[in-house]
Design a protein around this ligand. Structure first.
Ligand code: SAM
Ligand code: SF4
Ligand code: SF4
Length: 340
């Protein structure tokens, strides 16, 4: 039976749930968790505030029941720093109605876990890789981790049959000269590379509009060297604009949340590691579900709360962003709490 569809105030369904399993990470990417802020004194969530695997699984089950979601994405911080993550994947893969479980990861710990994750029911991974240049990559990740370690993760994921996509956040003056080498490197593989416009997420990455390399510029720079053409979206609400190489059938994507916002079809909800339901990547705060669970609420009560939160949603930050830039800064949740 088709489940009822929850619609928000702008008529957008809830289709896709992203679950952050930790606010911690073994990298310190300058655009996400800059080392000077996320240092040894930084207060990460204490363990008792983080959702247990049982709580996450119960919430996922109720999201299926309340909204008919079919897809889950596990994220972080870095999801693979959470102990026993494979067990969570196993638990989620048993939730009836979920037919796709993906994970976004920096890939550095993937070689060790890929086989168990696949066996537990993980279908796909999106691996973040911002440069092929080892020196630059070590600088960007702030932890002196080499490109080889991520390549080992990519190879392990492919070897066990996980679907693999790559994300590259493009920041002018930081890694924009890596766009073409990345395209050339992955063009003849079965890995889809997606470029992401540098976003003003959180409050700590010192974002400025002139550091954004726009979708148009990324397209022009690639097209000049390696001709590409647009491809129709796979489905409504797909965030990446798709392009195909003219000389083979392979694709790349560009995610343009800054210069060409896609709020009108945004059907994603995010669950933070401490159990807050966040209705926009740029929200100031989330809506608590953890304390509701821990207070002994029934399934019906939790689903009513999910329903009320989504029905009241009217977020469209990216479509309004350019009106905000000269005004007072809005306080936003850090990316490492909700995982992109
Ligand atoms: N640690 C994992 C990883 O890096 O893939 C998962 C969490 S990370 C927050 C999810 C994605 O958000 C990554 O692909 C990362 O590159 C992207 N991201 C983080 N900060 C960003 C920013 N300011 N602008 C655009 N993308 C960003
Ligand atoms: Fe960690 Fe991912 Fe953020 Fe980099 S982008 S600091 S890997 S959470
Ligand atoms: Fe969705 Fe908010 Fe991003 Fe718009 S700004 S696409 S509403 S997450």
């Amino acid at each position: 039976m088709e489940k009822k569809r929850l619609l928000d105030k702008l008529g957008r369904p809830l289709r896709d749930l992203r679950i952050s399993v930790t606010d911690r990470c073994n990298f310190r990417c300058s655009y996400c968790m800059p080392a000077e802020i996320f240092d040894k004194d930084f207060m990460f969530l204490p363990r008792n505030e983080v959702l247990t695997f049982e709580e996450i699984t119960r919430l996922a089950t109720l999201f299926v029941e309340a909204a008919g979601i079919k897809k889950l994405r596990i994220t972080g911080g870095e999801p693979l720093v959470r102990k026993d993550l494979t067990r969570l994947i196993e638990m989620l893969s048993e939730v009836k109605g979920i037919n796709d479980i993906a994970m976004t990861t920096n890939g550095s710990l993937l070689a060790k876990h890929a086989k168990d994750l696949k066996q537990a029911g993980l279908n796909r991974v999106t691996i973040s890789l911002d440069s092929l240049d080892d020196e630059r990559f070590r600088k960007i990740n702030g932890r002196n981790i080499g490109v080889d370690q991520v390549f080992a993760g990519i190879e392990a994921a492919q070897a066990v049959g996980l679907g693999v996509k790559l994300n590259m956040v493009v920041q002018r003056g930081m890694n924009d000269e890596d766009i073409i080498p990345m395209v050339r490197h992955f063009k003849d593989t079965n890995i889809i590379l997606r470029f992401i416009e540098f976003m003003d997420v959180g409050n700590s990455n010192g974002w400025k509009l002139d550091q954004v390399v726009s979708k148009k510029e990324i397209f022009d720079r690639i097209n000049k060297e390696i001709p590409i053409e647009p491809v129709k979206p796979n489905y409504t609400g797909e965030v990446a604009t798709r392009f195909r190489f003219k000389d083979n059938e392979n694709e790349i994507g560009i995610i343009s949340s800054v210069t060409d916002a896609f709020c009108s079809t945004c059907s994603r909800a995010r669950l933070s590691a401490d159990g807050k339901l966040v209705t926009c990547l740029f929200a100031s705060e989330g809506h608590d579900l953890r304390d509701l669970l821990r207070s002994g609420a029934s399934d019906e009560e939790v689903m009513d709360r999910m329903d009320a939160i989504w029905s009241g949603r009217h977020d469209r930050y990216s479509e309004e962003r350019l009106n905000h830039t000269d005004k007072k800064q809005i306080r936003k949740i850090e990316m490492s709490h909700i995982g992109g």
